[in-house]
Ligand binder design. Sequence first.
Ligand code: HEC
Length: 174
Amino acid sequence: MLRGILLVGLSVAALLAQGPKYDLGRNASDGDVAAAGIAVLPDGQGLPEGSGTAEDGARIFENTCRECHGPEGKGGDQTALVGKLTDLDGEKPKKTVGSYWPHATTLWDYTNRAMPFDRPGSLTVDQVYAVTAYVLHLNGLWDEETVLNAKTLPAVEMPNREGFFSEETAEKSR
Ligand code: HEC
């Protein structure tokens, strides 16, 4: 009996596998794949063309980020985005963009794919550059007027850039 059910199940599956035609979806085009392929590497590979300044970013932050991250990114209902390297000292290290993140490019990537939390993907490329510039500015890592783009962003030196190492390096230095 069980065998019979299994066989029927298998042949239904086989029919479905052949079956044309439920008219559900379509194959992803090269364009679709390119649009979804938004990975940005630490060295900036994958950053799109576009630009923004912290001055522009301040307005965007006020309207789209402040409700959760507090005034000037000092922390509200959600985590603070501003800090300095010494915030990692002590019993309860405070991980922020300024204290913890090793690469500025990750800030662009993360904001682009995940923020604002309740509306990810709603910012334009230029808006993401601008708000990234502003968060870097709040951390003392970018000035107000210099244009942030795919060339200038990877050159930002994050305070904790030496704070991460691979197991291999750790092994060697032992
Ligand atoms: C509705 C609330 C909300 C809004 C609006 C919002 N965020 Fe967030 N944000 C979060 C939450 C929640 C997290 C933690 C997410 C997690 O850990 O998965 C987070 C995390 C982050 C982090 C990572 C912090 C860290 O060090 O781990 C950054 C950077 C960030 N947000 C930037 C922004 C920016 C820039 C904006 C505006 C464009 C924004 N967020 C708007 C809720 C929000």
